[in-house]
Design a protein around this ligand. Sequence first.
Ligand code: FES
Ligand SMILES: [Fe+2]
Length: 360
Amino acid sequence: MSNEHQADATDARTPPVAVWQVIEKLKGKELNDWRLADVKGRASVEERNLNIGIPFGWYPIELSANLAPGEVRPLRYFSKDLAMWRGEDGQVHIVDAYCKHLGAHMGHGGKVHGNLLECPFHAWRYDGDGTVKDIPYARVIPPQVKRKCIRTWHVTEANRWIWAWYHPQDIAPLWEVVRLPETTDPDWTDYEVYEWNVWGSIQNMAENGVDVAHFRYIHGTANVPLGELRWGEWGRGADVKAKMGTPWGEVDGCISYDTMGPGQSWTRFTGISETILVACLTPVELDHVHARFCFTQPRAQAEGERAGVAKAIIRDICKQFDQDKVVWDRQKYETSPIICDGDGPIPQFRDFYSRYYVKA
Ligand code: FES
Ligand SMILES: [Fe+2]
């Protein structure tokens, strides 16, 4: 790859970056509002070729701490209305939201009764297997709902998140969520969470990591070396090693990126400041992804004398996401893209990613 144009590459905070004009003036609350706001007038899913389905896999739904025993929550993910609850026994369940009786959305106004979800409309009570266990005002439970009568979702908890398995044909999980010991280690900080709505597809977002040419034009950084790519059965990753100059001398830096399925990815930054980014991207609709970035760092570092550097890394990663969002929000999926020699391994990425879709 040619490096001749890289000498004047600037850093991510300077104006020549193409999308800078869109976000340069946004600060504080305005920036947060922009990250979450609807993008009005965007083209249809069909026009953007985004009607390619949602890739199957484990997806992060909610921070475990945000759902106490006895709580019910409505969810909208995977183009579906869902109801989630945590029973008194601590188990989390997710089911399709609509009650088989008269169609109430059980996530709105539903209650937890023991370990059962009670519909707000007439108090029919469902267990986590999607079976009606109790109708307080009836002597007989209709046989159609005495067996599983609504879709139930595979749920697990890992890395301080609740995860749900999505598969368009409701096939059981094909792999497990990867557990990251640091995320539950008391010597590491609580998650610092940043949130976005992206009005595009999760596949276009994933492709960004191997799109080497955009780093200069979108992020204003020199082309990032791809490092050693790892392509596994269900996951992929890369290790990018670089010497980094710091006020306290040169250090060996490494950015190590991993995915497991389309819905779990994490990045370890070592060298200047140790950081783990747990990137939580969950499809809502074919053109809408709910993104939450969770950062954790060793407490000794985040609360120590290099706290400023630790914070700066987080700020910079979020800024990069803002910059990509400007493109993702309106990006089309080019089914036959025209690729040049300076591009990264985009065809290889697409070939790999195709395993997450059910073949027609
Ligand atoms: S609609 Fe749910 S109990 Fe009647
Ligand atoms: Fe990017």
